[in-house]
Design a protein around this ligand. Structure first.
Ligand SMILES: Nc1ncnc2c1ncn2[C@@H]1O[C@H](COP(=O)(O)OP(=O)(O)OP(=O)(O)O)[C@@H](O)[C@H]1O
Ligand SMILES: [Mg+2]
Length: 333
């Protein structure tokens, strides 16, 4: 259950309370966002969540479900880009006995049906193949679907929440996303701002994560003002996910109770190589340094450009290399 925490309300929570299911927001920008999320929860309307990677799209989707009328019913996530496109249709809509060679003899229930009465979270909706988008439209428009190998329509009652970090309007102009589907999805849009534009939340999240990981690991850590400024000035290309990773690591690794600038990775205080003389810090190892630069570039490029195709084209690398690097750095602190 994702609970909401305003501002300083979390201070003094016990270990079991400060867990990853808390939802932090203080900023006026995100307060507006949460008003929308709560209205969506109260009405079960279709929601489209957009924003860079790591900004909390999946988190807010769960927040809507947990605060809505369907909270006791299933919350089913479908990552549309992780399921191979030839399997997506049968995974989602299920299939009837003998629908195709190799199919289960008794048929199979799809994810849509298992979400009946609850919420269906369609993550990475921008990656749904064009030939399947018609079936998504039917689901949104009429709340019906036809299992693979079937002829009869089945009814289903689900709230649909979709998320994407690609620009669907660009996909529409490239003719890889249906405009009618976009408008059906776009009933309430929650635009997750990048962390660098959420100054007030950033400060609150820093304190929140330090408290949370201190409690988790049984340590008593706090942070110096100077180090907070370093974090406030940093660009956060990986958004909240990156902040969470960085703080978890410094809470574990810092030697003193007070976390200082020197506990943070070097690249966070090194904006450009042109301004560095490495006098105080000493020269880093070349491979480590290059890896940090590569990480920043890849995360930033994916967040701005949205698709591996565009990133590959812009950075002059192959699409498979772009995807491999993104996977490598997305989760890596
Ligand atoms: N408001 C918040 N309060 C506390 N933690 C948060 C908040 N928003 C996001 N997080 C945490 O940040 C991390 C990234 O969030 P999430 O996975 O929802 O991002 P996302 O936008 O769905 O990323 P992706 O595009 O890669 O799927 C998660 O560990 C999540 O728990
Ligand atoms: Mg997500």
């Amino acid at each position: 259950m994702v609970k909401q925490v305003f501002g300083e309300e979390w201070i003094g929570m016990t270990a079991s309370q400060v867990n990853s299911d808390y939802y932090m927001f203080t900023d006026s920008v995100t307060k507006e966002l949460h008003y929308k999320a709560k209205r969506a929860a109260a009405t079960s309307c279709t929601v489209l969540i957009t924003g860079e990677s790591g900004t909390g799209k999946s988190k807010i989707a769960k927040f809507i479900h947990d605060n809505g009328l369907r909270r006791e019913r299933p919350f089913v996530t479908v990552n549309c880009s992780a399921i191979p496109s030839n399997l997506l249709e049968s995974e989602l809509f299920g299939y009837l006995p003998g629908a195709f060679t190799g199919a289960n003899k008794t048929g199979k229930k799809g994810l849509v049906e298992s979400a009946d009465g609850g919420t269906l979270f369609l993550d990475e909706i921008g990656d749904v193949p064009l030939e399947l988008q018609g079936k998504f439209l039917e689901l949104l428009q009429n709340h019906t679907f036809i299992p693979v190998g079937g002829l009869k329509k089945c009814d289903v009652d689900v709230q649909i929440i979709a998320a994407t970090n690609v620009d669907l309007k660009t996909r529409i102009s490239e003719k890889s996303f249906r405009e009618d589907l976009y408008y059906r999805l776009h009933v309430v849009e929650c635009i997750m701002p990048p962390l660098r534009e959420r100054r007030q939340d950033l400060k609150a999240l820093i304190d929140f994560f330090i408290e949370r990981f201190s409690i988790k690991y049984g340590l008593m850590k706090h942070i110096s003002d100077e180090a907070v400024h370093l974090l406030l000035d940093y660009d956060w290309p990986g958004n909240i996910r990156e902040l969470e990773n960085v703080i978890e690591r410094v809470v574990i690794l810092s030697r003193e109770e007070c976390i200082t600038i020197s506990d943070f990775p070097l690249h966070m205080s090194e904006p450009t190589i042109a301004t560095l003389d490495f006098e105080e810090t000493g020269f880093p190892k070349l491979d480590e340094y290059l890896e940090k630069q590569e990480k920043q570039l890849i995360l930033k490029a994916f967040n701005r450009l949205g698709s591996s195709y565009k990133v590959a084209d812009t950075l002059g690398i192959s699409q498979s290399r772009a995807t491999r690097l993104y996977k490598k750095y997305k989760e890596k602190p």
